[in-house]
Design a protein around this ligand. Structure first.
Ligand code: ADP
Length: 384
């Protein structure tokens, strides 16, 4: 305000005009400061909104987009360059969100819905709320990706149903056998012995299942305490041979150790590694044809020993191969018989806990080879 142009006609004194001018100038300064503060606040809110991992959309009652953040654009793979002004259905292509808006507007209350985006296979929970006093007649949508939670929930349900199934089978057999004994078979000694032997086998398989479940749950909770020591793999092979060659011979299967006479020491928990190798060789026997051959091998890698168990048995189909290390997976339930489908997942945990890797190569009808690696004790030059 220019003092000289002020209203002399009012008769105000020069001092009053000066004071008025000062007051106006202060007001102007304070308004400018407030505008700048507001702008800073707006920029902060906008950054938070854009950087949020949850998607946010604001619409009016008709579902016209007033605001959409980066996460929502990515979630719905919005292709339009300027989504503001478009409708919810045009932008999200999910009819559930339009229904959610209708229900939220009708009840004037927060509403929720979960749905799957078919294209990306993501599960999303959408929460719609009517705008507060600050934004009347507007609706706020928040989209939260729940794909992971849903997967864990399904895995948990699968797990429970698989465990129940695996427990029920031997329990039903034991029940049947004990009923037969009670119904009179007990008095016939040879039959009684036979039934008791079968009960004993079923109890063994239940024991096996419970042990593998315990191992698995310890492993998944990260509670495997390995007793790592220097280990000579030749001793390991001999131990496995001793324990399993009779079982192999029953099916006329030849069990062969094929490795150099001197091997670098590895750093391993003897019992756990025995368990891994036992499982692989036992599987190889189980899935081999009579007259087949199983090769237990160890080769020297760069910083680790590469173990392998090769069989010329039934093999694994291309679609089953990636699944064999999954919990409870059995390609052929009738052939796996007493197997739990847990052995290879336990083996995977054990090998990984040693810092190694495990994998399989196979073709349907052409045999299988299971490999795993265990790091050397110190360096590739450490010899027993
Ligand atoms: P189990 O042997 O108790 O069923 P595993 O976890 O050890 O459980 O194996 C899972 C599945 O992988 C087996 O049921 C079988 O279908 C397949 N598999 C494992 N090893 C072999 C093998 N050497 N040859 C063919 N299939 C195999």
């Amino acid at each position: 305000i220019n003092r000289d142009e002020s209203t002399i006609s009012t008769g105000s004194s020069k001092d009053e005009i000066f004071q008025l001018t000062q007051t106006f100038n202060h007001m102007a300064l304070s308004i400018n400061q407030k505008l700048s503060d507001l702008e800073t606040e707006r920029a902060k809110l906008s950054t938070i909104l854009q950087e949020m991992s949850d998607g946010v959309i604001i619409t009016d009652r008709q579902g016209t987009i007033q605001l959409i953040n980066k996460a929502a654009i990515n979630l719905f793979e919005v292709s339009q360059a300027e989504p503001i002004g478009l409708t919810l259905i045009e932008v999200t292509r999910q009819h559930q969100i339009v229904e959610l808006l209708e229900s939220c507007a009708k009840n004037n209350k927060t509403q929720k819905v979960s749905f799957e985006i078919l294209k990306t296979k993501q599960f999303v929970q959408a929460i719609a709320s009517p705008g507060s006093d600050a934004m009347p007649s507007l609706f706020l949508f928040i989209f939260h990706d729940i794909t992971q939670e849903r997967k864990s929930e399904l895995t948990r349900r699968d797990f429970i149903s698989n465990v129940s199934h695996e427990l029920r089978q031997p329990l039903a057999a034991i029940k049947l056998l004990s009923e037969t004994l009670l119904d009179g078979a007990f008095d016939d000694l040879p039959s009684a012995k036979h039934f008791l032997q079968q009960i004993d086998n079923e109890v063994d398989s239940l024991n096996n299942l419970v042990n593998e479940l315990l191992e698995l749950s310890r492993a998944e909770a990260g509670h495997i305490n390995l007793e790592l020591r220097a280990l000579n793999s030749l001793d390991l092979f001999e131990k496995i041979y001793e324990r399993l060659h009779l079982l192999a011979e029953q099916d006329n299967i030849n069990l062969v150790i094929d490795c150099p006479s001197v091997l670098p020491l590895i750093k391993a928990d003897k019992l756990r590694l025995e368990q891994v190798l036992m499982n692989l060789v036992h599987n190889a026997i189980k899935f081999s044809h009579p007259g087949g051959e199983i090769l237990m091998k160890a080769e020297v890698g760069e910083a680790e020993l590469i173990f392998s168990v090769h069989d010329d048995g039934i093999g694994i189909s291309e679609e089953d191969l990636p699944l064999v290390f999954e919990r409870f997976f059995k390609a052929d339930r009738s052939r796996s018989g007493v197997g739990t489908g847990l052995g290879l997942s336990v083996a995977r945990y054990m090998v990984e806990a040693h810092g190694g890797k495990i994998w399989a190569e196979s073709r349907h009808g052409m045999g299988s080879t299971f490999f795993f690696t265990i790091p050397f004790l110190n360096s590739p030059l450490t010899l027993p």
